[in-house]
Design a protein around this ligand. Structure first.
Ligand SMILES: Cc1cc2nc3c(=O)[nH]c(=O)nc-3n(C[C@H](O)[C@H](O)[C@H](O)COP(=O)(O)OP(=O)(O)OC[C@H]3O[C@@H](n4cnc5c(N)ncnc54)[C@H](O)[C@@H]3O)c2cc1C
Length: 436
């Protein structure tokens, strides 16, 4: 299905975090003409792991091995949660489409199954997640079986310590050991950054020298863990070269943000939307939207000549406080572009619990936009603010993605559901566009 693009886009996506990228990707895959506005800064902080849902209910800190079981419980117990509004088949389809697009853009993920996987973090704790980059998957297996394993890091590398990982694992993984190496050519450099090393490993000679440093240390190791820096644009090739050169499963461990996996994710998503024909204004910020009966006219700042974009539908994917979709003054939270009403505690005293670590989280982290069944944000009277305005991702109310560990799931699944709704609204033929 290809819709003719004239001066008016079918969809304007505002925001280029995970939710905005997913919305632009899905819109383009459905054949809608799409423009995306905003930078992808938030994705740089991501670990590359795609969480769907692992903690529910928050007060009990109950951990779920099977995210779709968690979503089923959520739908019963917390029906206002955005993820409770989407059926499991759609969530699965959305994730599969997202991961397939990443794979085509050079960032392969392990096949998605039914269960969450446990992944080691850079401090040796364990994080359950759903979508795991292929470069990390051998670590999931190693963590489950705990064979003799070598963890490697590099002198001067910031915020990653193989020693710390092994120490945190302690008696739970007695056959884990660590080794710190001098990365080739960095003898005089006191501080190293993962992104620089990742790029350096794309050089065949540097890669071979690094592999040669590790080889004599293998001993009885049956797997080797590295900080996530095995290549940037060519990470598949670098990872494969390490496995071939060392003759063992090699896995990456996510580093602290901003991380190489975050950079890879951003690059892959940018490539994925670009190859699908999405127009991008990634240095621009939206400062106004004027709605008439049929179209929205979007004002951009930081764009040559004060460009205006006209679209038939708008997806607001501007995030929360970090993304600046929501802004707070001393007593009130507002939506930053249109001034949409924000669901929030009635007074500032209720924003936070007395105990910062209260397991139920803070009410301010569940603030956001209320929506109707079609993903359209509501005005003060409880009606859609504009019939063709949609909202997705972390700007939505009634969810605390950080605590529930559902960040990517929220972004991907809500984007999928809203774009399906948009396609129906515009063309009424979403079956033709690939709906299962
Ligand atoms: C530290 C950190 C760690 C994370 N780790 C994980 C993880 O392990 N697993 C996981 O699944 N997810 C992780 N995430 C990512 C998380 O999934 C997403 O950040 C979250 O879902 C929010 O995505 P979003 O797109 O809704 O909002 P944001 O990421 O906040 O994106 C909002 C976007 O809107 C843009 N914007 C806002 N206002 C305007 C405007 N006026 N004009 C134009 N553009 C605008 C911003 O520039 C930004 O691009 C992590 C995120 C962070 C910050």
């Amino acid at each position: 299905m290809t819709h003719t693009r004239q001066d008016t886009f079918d969809v304007a996506v505002i925001g280029a975090g995970m939710a905005g990228m997913a919305a632009a990707l899905f819109a383009a895959e459905r054949g809608l003409s799409c423009i995306q506005i905003g930078n992808g800064g938030g994705i740089l902080f991501a670990s590359g792991l795609l969480d769907l849902m692992s903690i529910h209910p928050l007060a009990e800190r109950r951990k779920w091995g099977f995210p779709f079981d968690a979503l089923a419980a959520l739908a019963l117990e917390q029906p206002q949660h955005p993820l409770a509004r989407i059926d499991a088949t759609s969530v699965r389809t959305a994730f599969n489409a997202f991961v397939a697009a990443l794979g085509k853009a050079g960032l392969p993920y392990a096949p998605l199954g039914k269960a969450n996987s446990d992944v080691l973090t850079s401090i040796g704790t364990i994080k359950p997640t759903y979508g795991v980059p292929r470069s990390m998957i051998a670590g999931v297996k190693a963590l489950a079986q705990r064979p003799p394993c070598l963890f490697v890091d590099f002198h001067g590398l910031r915020e990653f310590s193989a020693r710390q990982i092994v120490s945190t694992l302690g008696d739970s993984w007695p056959a884990a050991r660590f080794q710190r190496l001098q990365f080739p050519g960095t003898e005089a450099v006191p501080e190293l950054y993962a992104a620089h090393l990742a790029r350096a490993l794309e050089n065949v000679e540097t890669r071979a020298r690094t592999i040669d440093l590790v080889k004599p240390l293998l001993g009885d190791a049956q797997a080797i863990g590295f900080p996530a820096l095995l290549g940037l644009e060519h990470s598949v090739e670098v990872h494969a070269a390490f496995e071939a050169g060392l003759g063992l499963p090699v896995f990456e461990i996510p580093t602290m943000p901003t991380s190489v996996p975050g950079l890879r994710l951003l690059m892959a998503l940018e490539a994925a939307v670009a190859t699908r024909g999405v127009s991008r204004r990634h240095h621009s910020t939206v400062d106004s939207i004027v709605f008439d009966d049929e179209t929205a006219t979007i004002g951009l700042i930081d764009s040559p000549g004060g460009e205006r974009v006209v679209a038939r539908t708008v997806v607001l994917a501007t995030g929360r406080f970090m993304g600046r979709g929501l802004v707070a003054d001393r007593g009130h939270v507002s939506e930053s572009i249109i001034g949409l009403p924000v669901h929030q505690p009635t007074s500032r005293n209720e924003w936070h619990q007395r105990d910062f670590l209260d397991p139920t989280g803070h009410a301010i982290n569940r603030a956001g936009l209320l929506i109707d069944d079609s993903w359209r944000p509501l005005d003060a009277a409880g009606n859609p603010a504009w019939p063709h305005l949609f909202a997705v991702g972390s700007i939505l109310a009634h969810q605390d993605w950080m605590r529930s560990k559902c960040g990517s799931g929220l972004a991907i699944a809500t984007a999928w559901a809203a774009v399906r709704q948009i396609t129906r609204q515009l063309y009424g033929d979403c079956d033709k566009a690939g709906e299962p």
